[in-house]
Ligand binder design. Structure first.
Ligand SMILES: Cc1cc2nc3c(=O)[nH]c(=O)nc-3n(C[C@H](O)[C@H](O)[C@H](O)COP(=O)(O)OP(=O)(O)OC[C@H]3O[C@@H](n4cnc5c(N)ncnc54)[C@H](O)[C@@H]3O)c2cc1C
Length: 305
């Protein structure tokens, strides 16, 4: 096992501060960029020690190379392998973790060597808590998105990589996002409803508000998943959509961390909840303690003025 760190990045990866995080993990930093040349160049600009680049074809995406690349990583035997949190990079990381026998952690913010072990800061409870773990032995970590870090040095050169293995044959099918998901992802204003709504028919109560605000409808997970009142593509949160509207108005939503994760990038969060102790009020920029069945018509009337 070397003291080096590898960063595995597939097309679509947001590298952001990933190279800086890799640098702090210790040793020589190698980025394995799997995708278009622009990805390799973006990695090189962040000044790792080395960029190895594998160009992929349409019918051979990064995932097809996961096993072959895992063998390359195993040969180098770095003590830390990192990946940004996009699905393809995570697939590369999981494959690489197996031959290394590495501990696999997600939502990692920082890694630093200390007294022969690795100290890992990791985001927990929907970002409310940072937990610090000590890992003995190799580590494979999915990074939480980081802020841009200024490059520390001159860009690295990019060397093409020819793995010894071959890609696994794959059938690739591309489909646009379902219309509903695309709608809430692009919307500037989103009105979202939770279990505070009593029945599916009561969704009609929101029509006037949606129209007045020019907003898209979203919901909490149970409203889509358990109750089936709103299409599943419209629920927001850890396992649902991650959205960044200018306004997110939560109606009858308690504000559990798993839900709030999906609106972390919203500019303004406003909430209506009948329970003054609802957790959503700890996050919301604006809050109304009240019954949504009274507050929504009042809001529509106020907007009409
Ligand atoms: C692994 C995992 C992943 C998850 N992922 C997600 C996810 O992606 N998205 C998600 O949403 N959840 C997710 N959850 C579920 C999450 O933990 C919560 O259970 C869920 O978000 C609660 O939904 P809710 O706020 O609509 O319902 P509740 O928690 O039941 O809250 C309803 C709220 O409505 C209020 N209310 C009731 N009546 C009224 C009224 N008349 N007027 C105003 N307010 C009223 C109540 O005070 C209460 O605060 C996940 C859970 C797990 C374990």
């Amino acid at each position: 096992m070397s003291d080096d760190t590898w960063l595995l990045a597939a097309a679509g990866a947001h590298l952001k501060g990933a190279v800086g995080t890799a640098r702090a993990a210790g040793g020589r930093v190698t980025v394995l960029a799997v995708g278009p040349r622009e990805l390799a160049d973006a990695a090189a600009a962040a000044a790792p020690d080395e960029v190895r680049w594998l160009e992929t074809a349409d019918d051979q995406p990064a995932e097809a190379w996961a096993a072959a690349l895992a063998a390359e990583v195993a040969t180098a035997a770095p003590h830390v392998v990192l990946a940004p949190s996009d699905p393809a990079s995570r697939t590369l990381l999981a494959a690489a973790a197996v031959p290394l026998g590495a501990a696999l952690l997600t939502r990692v913010l920082a890694v630093r060597p200390q007294d022969g072990a690795l100290v890992v800061d990791r985001s927990s409870l929907g970002g409310a808590v940072v937990e610090t773990l000590t890992v003995h032995g190799p580590l494979a970590a999915v990074l939480e998105d980081a802020d841009d870090a200024p490059p520390a040095a001159a860009p690295a050169t990019v060397a093409p990589l020819a793995p010894a293995g071959t890609p696994v044959p794959m059938q690739v099918k591309r489909e646009p996002l379902p219309g509903a998901a695309a709608g809430i992802r692009d919307a500037a204003r989103v009105v979202s409803v939770g279990r505070g709504l009593r029945s599916k028919d009561d969704l009609a109560l929101l029509d006037g508000l949606l129209a007045a605000l020019g907003a898209e409808l979203a919901c909490s997970m149970p409203v889509a998943d358990d109750l089936g009142w709103v299409p599943k593509e419209r629920y927001v949160g850890r396992s649902g959509q991650h959205i960044a509207p200018r306004l997110y108005l939560a109606l009858g939503i308690s504000g559990m961390p798993q839900h709030l994760e999906g609106v972390r990038d919203a500019k303004v969060v406003a909430a209506v909840n009948s329970d003054p102790a609802a957790p959503i009020f700890r996050t919301a920029d604006y809050g109304v303690v009240g019954d949504l069945y009274e507050v929504v018509p009042a809001l529509v009337a106020a907007l009409a003025e």
